[in-house]
Design a protein around this ligand. Structure first.
Ligand code: ZN
Length: 323
């Protein structure tokens, strides 16, 4: 990693930029309104047609300029039932976007004074926006590998022993970057690691014209039949790179996630593992965006607002160990 790396000017977005753009709740609300309903124009339920809406002073709602019917830009978003200030939500998204290794609920609790539970819930909600189920990998060269989380925490977790139920397998595929495009990753927590599981994932996410690089593990045995070329590196005989035959890219991603989860979140329960993988993948897949990842998260708030609001299902923050 280049420690002298700086973000090009047009991709920079500092905390000063944040404070300027979002000085208070009103600025955040107006931003949300503009993102969801550009020009403050949206269909009024009562008028049954497109109407301009105006902000009502002192309340987080806008009203139709014709009939006065009110709408809330927060309705249907992750902010809907929250009593936390909108600016704090925006700040939490800013923090999540601007770290490379993740950000703990404890950190935002310390910085802003919200309770740990509130902070934890905010991050969980934000993370829920970041999954990319429909993303199709298009790289002509992709690496595929599996790893395991949980169970005995010591060292790099290797393939679990038979019956080691504590470990959750994760299968990952990453495109190798080209001159013109950064490679993207797809990481999936799976109930098991089997040849059938692997083949299903290959079919869904890897184009048949791809060359796929894996190690020698037998779950990848049938892969050659589905893709243009399957090339394997023999890790068990301590060979890690042979020309372009290696899985270093996906292993780099695993180590980023493990450093993050191990160092920032300390422990992640099986139930939430996928959402953490989504968070790391979301940033990894936009690592050429500089600090504009924040803008990308903001867009998600609006683009996912039409979906039924993410309801709090009474989860508790106990799974993430505070530190
Ligand atoms: Zn109206």
């Amino acid at each position: 990693m280049n420690r002298y790396q700086t973000i090009p000017k047009h991709l920079r977005y500092t905390i000063n930029d944040f404070n300027r753009q979002f000085p208070d709740d009103a600025a955040c609300l107006e931003h949300l309104m503009q993102q969801r309903f550009p020009g403050n124009v949206t269909c009024c339920e009562k008028c049954q047609q497109e109407r301009k809406h105006y902000r009502i002073n002192g309340r987080p709602v806008y009203s139709c300029d014709h009939c006065g019917t009110q709408i809330s830009p927060m309705a249907g978003t992750i902010f809907e039932h929250s009593s936390t200030s909108l600016r704090l939500w925006y700040y939490a998204m800013y923090l999540m976007a601007s770290t490379r290794c993740g950000i703990s609920a404890k950190q935002i609790q310390r910085e802003t004074g919200v309770t740990y539970k509130t902070a934890w819930r905010m991050f969980r909600q934000i993370r829920s926006l970041l999954s990319e189920p429909d993303m199709q990998l298009e790289g002509s060269a992709v690496e595929m590998d599996e790893t395991y989380y949980g169970g005995r925490a010591k060292g790099r977790s290797g393939r679990p022993m038979r019956g080691d139920k504590q470990k959750t397998p994760v299968i990952g595929i990453v495109e190798r970057s080209t001159k013109h495009k950064v490679g993207r990753v797809k990481a999936m927590a799976t109930p098991d690691v089997s040849a059938d599981r692997v083949m299903g994932i290959v079919q869904e996410h890897i184009l048949p014209k791809s060359t796929v690089f894996t190690d020698e593990f037998l779950i990848y045995d049938r892969l050659g039949a589905r893709v243009k070329e399957h090339r394997r590196i023999n890790h068990s005989s301590k060979v890690y790179v042979m020309g372009d035959v290696h899985t270093n890219t996906i292993e780099g991603f695993w180590s980023l996630v493990k450093r993050g989860i191990g160092g920032v979140y300390h422990q992640v329960s099986q139930k939430y593992l996928q959402s953490y993988l989504d968070e790391y993948s979301f940033r990894y897949n936009r690592r050429d965006y500089g600090n504009l990842i924040f803008t990308e998260i903001l867009k998600r708030v609006s683009s996912q607002a039409a979906l039924p609001a993410a309801k709090d299902r009474g989860m508790t923050p106990s799974q993430e160990v505070p530190f």
